[in-house]
Design a protein around this ligand. Structure first.
Ligand SMILES: Nc1ncnc2c1ncn2[C@@H]1O[C@H](COP(=O)(O)OP(=O)(O)OP(=O)(O)O)[C@@H](O)[C@H]1O
Ligand SMILES: C=C(C)CCOP(=O)(O)O
Length: 242
């Protein structure tokens, strides 16, 4: 069935090149913005989250290896880097006529799994397309990274979305036989096909666990060029079940 209210996570593996720092994949971003615009034009509603890609993951891993921890200055640097990618995504969506409203995750989250998402829900109800992203926040334990995968899952549950779509650079989840799985659960064995590049928040295994915890009926991991098909209810990519 076609999605009425969707939460879509624009994966950093799709919108950036994770093997090269601060590199946007402009063609992919343009395509995703056009697919989002087309879904909205057909009457769909959605909220968006994007990942760290070669912006967030690179800076976190560089700062951790150079300074050993994320203190106030490091958290601020990560927040700045994610804002840069956030503005880039806003520019692309706006150029396709999407009425996007950007919400910094560090203004809504106080820990890895603790976010107050009401501002996004309010904008969604008002007819805007709210957007947030994976980010860093300063806690009593020091700086921590809040994954966009987690925010997307929490947002889908709170918004009572009927679809939760994780967009990435792979056709879906690759199973141990090397083929895309039609369905996956967090207990299933999957192949490890991690590419060059850095990831500080758990890659595919973490994504499956977060996706499954949302308990949204139609939860999928799809390649970027299949987003609109997924929003239209087609069985593309890999469906995630608890
Ligand atoms: N079994 C698997 N099936 C599919 N992809 C896998 C698998 N194992 C590892 N991967 C890796 O997981 C990556 C996708 O996870 P990743 O966390 O990078 O996605 P993302 O959400 O797009 O990125 P970001 O966290 O930057 O937003 C793929 O690019 C692939 O390299
Ligand atoms: C690395 C940072 C700052 C954000 C991580 O978010 P994710 O890429 O959605 O896991």
């Amino acid at each position: 069935m076609r999605c009425n209210l969707a939460v879509v996570k624009l994966g950093g593996s799709a919108i950036t090149d994770k093997s090269s720092p601060e590199t946007v994949r402009w063609d992919v971003l343009e395509s995703l913005s056009a697919q989002v615009a087309s879904y909205l034009k057909a009457g769909g509603r959605l909220a968006l989250v994007h990942g760290g890609g070669s912006f967030g993951h690179y800076i976190v891993s560089r700062l951790l290896s150079e300074r050993g921890r994320l203190g106030p200055s490091e958290v601020s640097e990560v927040q700045r880097e994610m804002l840069l990618l956030g503005i880039t995504v806003v520019n692309s969506l706006l150029s396709h006529g999407v009425p996007v409203s950007l919400h910094a995750a560090h203004s809504m989250c106080v820990g890895e799994r603790s976010c107050e998402l009401t501002p996004m829900l309010r904008d969604l109800a008002a007819g805007l397309t709210p957007l947030t992203y994976g980010d860093a926040v300063l806690t009593e334990r020091g700086g921590v990274v809040v994954s966009g995968d987690t925010i997307a899952s929490m947002l889908a549950s709170e918004a009572k979305a009927d679809c939760l779509i994780y967009v990435s650079d792979v056709d879906g989840v690759i199973g141990p036989e090397g083929k895309v799985l039609r369905v996956v659960s967090p207990r299933d064995e999957i192949a490890d096909i991690t590419k060059r590049g850095v990831d500080v928040t758990g890659s595919m295994k973490g994504k499956i666990a977060e996706a499954a915890s949302a308990k949204v009926a139609n939860t999928r991991i799809v390649r970027w060029d299949s987003l609109l098909r997924a929003l239209n209810g087609e069985e593309v990519g890999t469906r995630v079940v608890p």
